[in-house]
Design a binder for this molecule. Structure first.
Ligand code: CTP
Length: 398
């Protein structure tokens, strides 16, 4: 996949700059045309000559350097790039990019390119954790930049912390992923629900369930990466908020129904990965219910709105069925009852699939009866498989 690609490798001024030499070497060996841009600070750590010898290409160190092949038409470099990779990226460069500052060649190319930009931060752990840096990272993520998380380990200061540049193989894997990224949901709007609702009993107690939101978040992130405009309706999820999408937070099934009904108005697809409660207490006690010795407590539960069944419109409806027995038969029944376009059946009896795991084992069943049983895979991989099938159905509705 890398062969014959042009990758702009931005190297900035941190101690990890020496590791960029190995990255440039491995990319060149893989058949990549590596165009190196070094910030001035980077040249204090390693020399342009090293990179020139490794890549067999001229190395750009300054926009106005007369000797550079690219110096006049810097935009040509932005256009030629299949990807721009910045490794290592300092806090300073990340801040400049977040601010759209283009006073050096790297900033100019990043501003002018349409290619995916992959940033591998490496710095002192406190600089990385600083909220200014984190805000800048979030801003760039929201604009579609891919970040490779720094690793925990020994830093240049001698201290242990999170700030190390990941190894070359990890960075190359991220580049391959960015290059292979499908953009087949460009122009499509998807609403994804995630998490489990909580139905209050009194001011301190609720009825909840074990849904972590991981499957829904994986779907929302995969759809975003494939170009969709995503609205994520999240109920009580403790995961890090994904960038680059609209997030609506809700607590109860009734709130989720309102949020979904609003969000689907312009949507092409609704994927209900959330676990809304099926029942809610008939009344919410205004004051905390006190225990009475020797007394049992009976709660009267009434049905919550069935969101999938009740929210209708001209969009594809995809449901989930969490089952502990008769997986496919029960899922088919739900598909028919709720008149869905597709249902994802999910075996919750195994330790490695279902609630709060990073992996899942799903069966995709569509309204025509086609049943596809997928092996154990990460929730992100399962999300992409589900979206592959959803994309086929959205297309057929056009
Ligand atoms: N769902 C919904 N609104 C509810 C409950 C569930 O939209 N109040 C959605 C879920 O998000 C999921 C699908 O419906 O996509 C699951 O169908 P459902 O029959 O409600 O599943 P369970 O609640 O698991 O049903 P049962 O307890 O009967 O197995």
């Amino acid at each position: 996949m890398l062969k014959d690609k042009t990758i702009v490798l931005g190297i900035t001024g941190g101690i990890a700059a020496y590791k960029a030499v190995d990255l440039a070497s491995k990319l060149t060996q893989a058949g990549v045309k590596v165009e190196v841009i070094m910030t001035e600070a980077a040249t204090k750590f390693i020399t342009p000559l090293t990179l020139r010898n490794i890549t067999h290409r001229p190395v750009v160190t300054d926009m106005f350097e007369p000797a550079s092949e690219w110096s006049v038409e810097h935009v040509a470099l932005a256009e030629a790039a299949n990807a721009v990779v910045i490794a290592p990226a300092t806090a300073n460069t990340i801040a400049r990019l977040a601010g759209g500052i283009a006073d050096n060649m790297l900033g100019t190319v990043v501003l002018a390119t349409k290619a995916p930009v992959i940033i591998a931060p490496a710095m002192n752990d406190l600089m990385y954790a600083n909220s200014v840096t984190q805000d800048n990272v979030a801003k760039l993520k929201a604009r579609g930049f891919t970040f490779i998380e720094p690793e925990y380990g020994r830093l240049a200061s001698g201290k242990m912390g999170k700030g190390r540049l990941p190894d070359t193989a990890t960075i190359i894997q991220a580049i391959e992923q960015a290059l292979g990224q499908k953009r087949d949901f460009e122009g499509k709007r998807i609403v994804v629900t995630a998490g489990g609702t909580r139905e209050p009993i009194d001011p301190v107690r609720h009825i909840g369930n074990r849904s972590s939101g991981k499957m829904g978040y994986a779907l929302a992130e995969a759809a975003r990466d494939r170009g969709a405009k995503v609205t994520l309706v999240a109920a009580n999820v403790a995961l890090e908020e994904p960038a680059g999408m609209e997030i609506v937070k809700v607590k109860t099934a009734a709130e989720m129904k309102m949020a979904v009904a609003g969000a689907v108005k312009k949507a092409d697809v609704l994927i209900m990965a959330a676990a809304p409660a099926d029942y809610q207490p008939e009344a919410i006690a205004k004051a905390k219910i006190k225990k009475e010795s020797g007394q049992n407590l009976t709660l009267n539960l009434v049905k919550t709105p069935d969101i999938l069944s009740e929210v209708r419109g001209d969009f594809l409806r995809v449901g989930f069925a969490a089952e502990s027995e008769n997986l496919v038969a029960n899922a088919r029944k739900k598909l028919a009852e709720k008149k869905l376009d597709m249902i994802i059946a999910n075996d919750i009896t195994k330790a490695d699939s279902g609630f709060d795991t990073d992996t899942n084992r799903v069966v995709i069943i569509d309204k025509k009866g086609k049943t596809e049983k997928l092996p154990l895979m990460s929730k992100r991989e399962a999300a992409d498989k589900i979206l592959d099938r959803v994309r086929g159905m959205v297309g057929s509705r056009e």
